[in-house]
Design a protein around this ligand. Structure first.
Ligand SMILES: Cc1cc2nc3c(=O)[nH]c(=O)nc-3n(C[C@H](O)[C@H](O)[C@H](O)COP(=O)(O)O)c2cc1C
Length: 208
């Protein structure tokens, strides 16, 4: 599909069919999300793919009764790092050194720069910054799925603390950012018939 056709086709699905997304498609989508740009490339988040239906059933108690967390084909939860800037930077630099076949010590200057630049943030500010990075990946997922004819519903209507507890995220040094259900729209989903409510260009675009 062409980009604008795909973006008009997609909508936030309320009711999914029973159809399951093939593994090869999920593999491509995970790679697409991992290719999301982030501030300094630090990727201060991880993706949790929740396959276990019993776990999803527990998440339903923290999802404002939105059954799609159970009924969808695939459920992704973005978890942002709570471990602090040194952990975020060191995780990234280890990967950079590995990919570039360089010694980690060669990156000492860059490490000091990153920690000085981002280390001025409080822990709460750092987590807020990490949420913003995760939302870029969410946006990338929504566009990627649309062009691949996969349906989604991004979900902020969840209790992050409840998700953290069910998924054991604090032990992973993560906290819930946002979730996204994926699958194929049910033929009974009336939401599909609703028009897009968007601001007109003159109310949306300010050219200065
Ligand atoms: C970050 C985010 C969180 C959202 N949370 C929910 C949600 O919890 N439940 C839901 O049904 N829709 C949710 N939505 C869907 C929006 O209501 C929907 O995207 C918006 O009304 C625009 O409609 P459209 O996506 O169908 O074009 C969310 C969307 C975004 C981007």
């Amino acid at each position: 599909m062409k980009l604008l056709d795909a973006l008009n086709w997609r909508y936030a699905v309320k009711q999914f069919s029973d159809e399951i997304i093939p593994d090869v498609v999920i593999t491509d989508l995970v790679r697409a999300m991992s290719l999301t740009p982030s501030c300094y490339g630090l990727q201060p988040y991880q993706l949790i793919q929740v396959n276990d239906r019993a776990v999803r059933q527990q998440l339903l108690d923290h999802a404002w009764g939105q059954n799609k967390v159970v009924d969808c084909s695939h459920l992704f939860v973005f978890g942002v790092s709570t471990k602090g800037i040194e952990s975020i930077v060191d995780r990234y630099l280890a990967q950079q050194a590995h990919i570039n076949s360089e010694l980690i010590t060669e990156l000492d200057g860059f490490r000091a720069y990153l920690i000085k630049t981002l280390g001025g943030k409080s822990n709460a500010q750092l987590i807020e910054w990490a949420h913003r990075q995760a939302y870029i990946a969410l946006g990338n997922l929504l566009t990627s799925t649309a062009v691949m004819n996969i349906d989604t519903c991004p979900m902020e209507g969840i209790d992050p603390a409840g998700f953290d507890q069910v998924l054991g995220l604090s032990a992973m040094g993560l906290t819930t950012s946002v979730a996204c259900t994926l699958g194929y729209r049910s033929v009974d989903d009336k939401q599909a018939l609703k028009p897009k409510i968007r601001f007109a260009k003159h109310d949306f675009l300010r050219v200065v």
